[in-house]
Write a protein that binds this ligand. Structure first.
Ligand SMILES: Cc1cc2nc3c(=O)[nH]c(=O)nc-3n(C[C@H](O)[C@H](O)[C@H](O)COP(=O)(O)OP(=O)(O)OC[C@H]3O[C@@H](n4cnc5c(N)ncnc54)[C@H](O)[C@@H]3O)c2cc1C
Length: 469
């Protein structure tokens, strides 16, 4: 082991006692990999501070010895951003938990970075408010990881991505400086909005320690419809009609292609709320204030879509149980890992109007390059975010790079983004230039070099400094 690494371990061991410091050989199994399913990697050590000052101290010690640091949250990330790096220290935020303040007048909640999202959602609900950020990994992911990835999820169409929910942020810079900026005001134009640099930078520029989140009023009612639509142009028209007719009530517009629907209702076995077969299945959700007023308004809107011919068939929710049953069709994808077999999952973004053209082109590319290829398409179409999973039915080991190249080259041809919400991490790093131009990439590199000249924080994630020289 290099002398500097040994000195770093000794300094960490004297600063952190008990389970707050674990040498590499004692790394808990969960810290050896994230949900990208890259092979497990033993780090130099794991540090688990329980205060923001402790996080700063850990980073400062590592920086003094030139040892890299990988911030780890709930480890549900799908791109490899929190995956260990050999010779680096894992900075686990799991003990930095707790809600510090709920301010009803400002509608804010101040929270420590290691707090699981679901705990935050419940605390807001108990206080009569609503945290709109929601994703399938809510029980395990942490708010620090959600902000580190600028997570999206199910209600972006109404409330925006994670960054739109943050008013204040505290973070540790790569040299160990703790910057506290726990602003609660919606309007604050006093200089640069620095927090935005750290949101979505996947732990490469700073380690988030606390955040002030903006809470929303708890919705008074939720209505949903699951619609069968037979032409993609009608899907796009329905999205426009939902935006105009439901206005700010529109909280989700999710589309599932027929290939997805087949796997969800047969392979996974979710009950279909519709009897007929369609080319597209659209889940429309609206959050309102009062069921007496907004329930009939929603019903009237969906009837108008029938009359105009955009919708061929629809099931309309009569209860929260129905809403949950509709969402079960969309959430079936979380079981693809165990039911469909090994596959590669994508979270691309492109113009909503061109998504079916993309699906056609992508299927063709996969058929050309991947033996016995299959792929299914679904996503948050109202947010311009399409998910797909692709695999070779016959290959013993999935040809990851052929599959990725076929999909990402098609994304590039369509002028889309290779990541709408999961981030770049390690898995998508080779394709970043498909979605960012040389000037954008050079600016990213300048920011990284300015804030982290030693490349202490999460080096080699998102981009390699040397590739961009
Ligand atoms: C079933 C399932 C469903 C999912 N659904 C969605 C979805 O709908 N939308 C979506 O966007 N994602 C989704 N994801 C992906 C994942 O849950 C999100 O990326 C989540 O935000 C990661 O949070 P985490 O705490 O697990 O972070 P980790 O996986 O631990 O880390 C992710 C990245 O953030 C960095 N990081 C972690 N903590 C900090 C911190 N305190 N400060 C700075 N950087 C930090 C890490 O270094 C890494 O680069 C899903 C994942 C699963 C398994």
């Amino acid at each position: 082991m290099p002398v500097e690494a040994q000195a770093c371990l000794a300094a960490l061991a004297s600063a952190f006692s008990g389970s707050a410091f674990l040498p590499g050989a004692e790394t808990p199994a969960r810290n050896l990999q994230d949900t990208s399913y890259l092979p497990p990697q033993m780090p130099l050590a794991v540090v688990r501070p329980d205060t923001p000052e402790g996080v700063a101290e850990a980073v400062r010690i590592c920086a003094q010895h030139g040892v890299a640091v990988v911030p780890q949250g709930g480890l549900t990330g799908l791109a490899g951003g929190a995956h260990p790096i050999a010779g680096a220290v894992m900075l686990s935020l799991e003990r930095l938990q707790g809600i510090e303040d709920i301010d009803p007048a400002a509608s804010t909640l101040t929270v420590r970075a290691g707090t699981p999202l679901e705990v935050i959602q419940r605390a807001a609900d108990d206080a009569g408010f609503f945290i709109p950020l929601d994703l399938g990994a809510r029980g395990s992911c942490q708010i620090g990881g959600n902000l580190g990835t600028n997570a999206g999820g199910n209600r972006v169409i109404r409330y925006g991505m994670a960054r739109e929910m943050v008013l204040g942020l505290e973070y540790v810079l790569p040299d160990g400086t703790l910057v506290t900026s726990l602003n609660k005001m919606i309007k604050n134009n006093a200089g640069y909005d620095l927090k935005q640099l750290f949101i979505g930078s996947e732990g490469t520029l700073g380690v988030i320690t606390r955040a002030v989140l903006r809470m929303q009023p708890r919705p008074g009612c939720v209505n949903a419809a699951l619609c069968g639509v037979d032409d993609y142009a009608d899907v796009v028209s329905l999205l426009g009609a939902a935006r105009r007719g439901l206005g700010p009530m529109l909280s989700a517009f999710e589309v599932m292609w027929a290939d997805y629907w087949y796997e969800a209702t047969t392979t996974v076995g979710v009950r279909s709320p519709l009897t007929g077969q369609h080319r597209f299945y659209v889940l429309v959700e609206a959050q309102g204030l009062s069921d007496e007023i907004d329930g009939p308004r929603f019903q009237g809107w969906i009837e108008a879509q029938f009359e105009s011919g955009l919708v061929s068939d629809a099931a309309i929710s009569q209860s929260m149980g129905d809403v949950a049953a509709f969402w079960a069709t969309r959430d079936a994808c979380s079981e693809f890992g165990s039911r469909l077999g090994p596959h590669v999952a994508f979270d691309i973004g492109l113009s909503a109007a061109r998504m079916d053209d993309f699906a056609v082109a992508c299927r063709a590319q996969l058929a050309e390059r991947v033996p016995d290829a299959m792929s299914v398409y679904y996503g948050h179409i109202g947010d311009g975010n399409l998910h797909l999973v692709a695999r070779s039915r016959s290959a013993e080991t999935q040809p990851m790079s052929q599959i990725s190249a076929a999909v990402y080259e098609t994304v590039r041809d369509f002028g889309g983004t290779i990541s709408a919400e999961h981030g770049i991490g390690l898995l998508k790093k080779p394709y970043l230039s498909y979605s960012r131009n040389p000037q954008e990439l050079a600016l990213m590199r300048r920011l990284k070099a300015a804030l982290d000249p030693q490349s202490i924080l999460n080096p080699g994630k998102v981009f390699d400094m040397r590739d961009m020289a």
